[in-house]
Design a protein around this ligand. Sequence first.
Ligand SMILES: Cc1cc2nc3c(=O)[nH]c(=O)nc-3n(C[C@H](O)[C@H](O)[C@H](O)COP(=O)(O)OP(=O)(O)OC[C@H]3O[C@@H](n4cnc5c(N)ncnc54)[C@H](O)[C@@H]3O)c2cc1C
Length: 424
Amino acid sequence: MRVLIIGAGTGGLCLAHGLKKAGVDVALFERDRTPRSMLIGYRVGISPDGSQALHSCLPPDVFAEFVRTTARPATRINMRTEKYKELLVAELPPQVDDTRSEKSVSRIAMRTALLTGLEDVVEFDKAFTHFSRNDDGSVTAFFADGTSETGDVLVGADGAQSKVRRQYLPHAKIADTGITTIAGKLPFTAEHAKLLPPQAEGAVTLLYGPKGAFVIIHVMRFDGAGVEDDYIMWGYAASHDKFPELKGLRQEQLKQVVLDMTPKFHPDLRRLFALADPETVFEIKVRTSEPLPAWKSSNVTMIGDSVHLMTPGRGIGANTALRDAELLCRKLTEAHHGKNAVQAISEYEKEMVEYGFEAVLASREQMDGNGAIHKPVIGRIVLAVLRTFLRVTNAVPVLKRKMLAKESTHRDHVNSPDEVVHAG
Ligand SMILES: Cc1cc2nc3c(=O)[nH]c(=O)nc-3n(C[C@H](O)[C@H](O)[C@H](O)COP(=O)(O)OP(=O)(O)OC[C@H]3O[C@@H](n4cnc5c(N)ncnc54)[C@H](O)[C@@H]3O)c2cc1C
């Protein structure tokens, strides 16, 4: 059996490793010209689910290299107002087992680590355009450079703008969530560290401001030699209507937009915005898949954002892509050992559609530009209720542990709430 994968992102690379390890003939095609010419983007949180999927698919030395390139994991959730006032600060359970732990990774460092050992499998500068089915049941993928490749199974792992999805499931809809984010990064230095909110080092920091404005801050510190220089990244989000027209703005101007929108935010936070290297600033209109009616399985399938694009709201996009990769790998390995390939894919899709679209809805709840918190009058009330809820939870240890447990089950299926409550 020959499997063609389109896209060397989070899911595609994990699947390629798993299939190669299982002895399946696999080829992966990526449109980027080189491994490092990927679109901008910084920190990705890998959950216990994601870690487990990677551990299962990657050969031990590649998994070890992946772990080596991760940043120090977050040990705390740090929720505050836009003026740095404490709302809720909670220590996360200690991480003991690399195969089931939360990890903080850079998109580029993760891709570099996951490319280890796939030199004979991945081809760069191969932009997939479309596929066709052949009389013998095989499928042919065509590329922008005029070449083509034929295999028994085609897997779209080509992300949010998937061309495989557009051809295979043309009725699949991608919706605008109404949220815009602008993000940037700056080097982590002693001077810059002084500008961070209290307890932000070693934490995922979330700041809740007025009018639905929201800021996330990650401090990325790498202990592995030669991985990346330490950095601070911030992301600012609000509903579209709060932003001026962003079309055509240069990166320096995007940064200025954030400063113009946050005059009353903590002055140190505004310094962090202002100090971001303009070349690192990017804007994203957050989009999400709409639930999809079931379709008849064939030897073409998809994993990750290509089939269930979700908001960054719960930090589960990359992890769901990894869960898909691990599940599809298992099913295709069964096909390699004699099971009917379409039957194997159908079993994969049945499970994937269920948990994938559940994750889509859960992540949308967290980032919905039409939510009450973004509305002019009611928004103030909602923010006040949210802040009170967080402060009360902060003051009552049992409520805090329950909240952490709930968050964890939203994010993952491997950590049972009991485990987290006990660990916490
Ligand atoms: C620009 C960007 C920045 C992001 N930043 C963050 C972040 O900072 N934090 C976070 O948690 N998540 C981030 N995400 C989301 C997260 O990376 C995804 O949820 C996760 O990687 C999903 O994995 P995937 O394998 O489905 O898709 P991806 O990892 O997006 O991989 C898709 C791959 O397919 C390739 N591809 C696309 N079209 C073609 C084609 N026609 N032919 C061949 N190859 C193709 C792409 O170049 C890419 O390498 C970001 C996503 C993007 C696109």
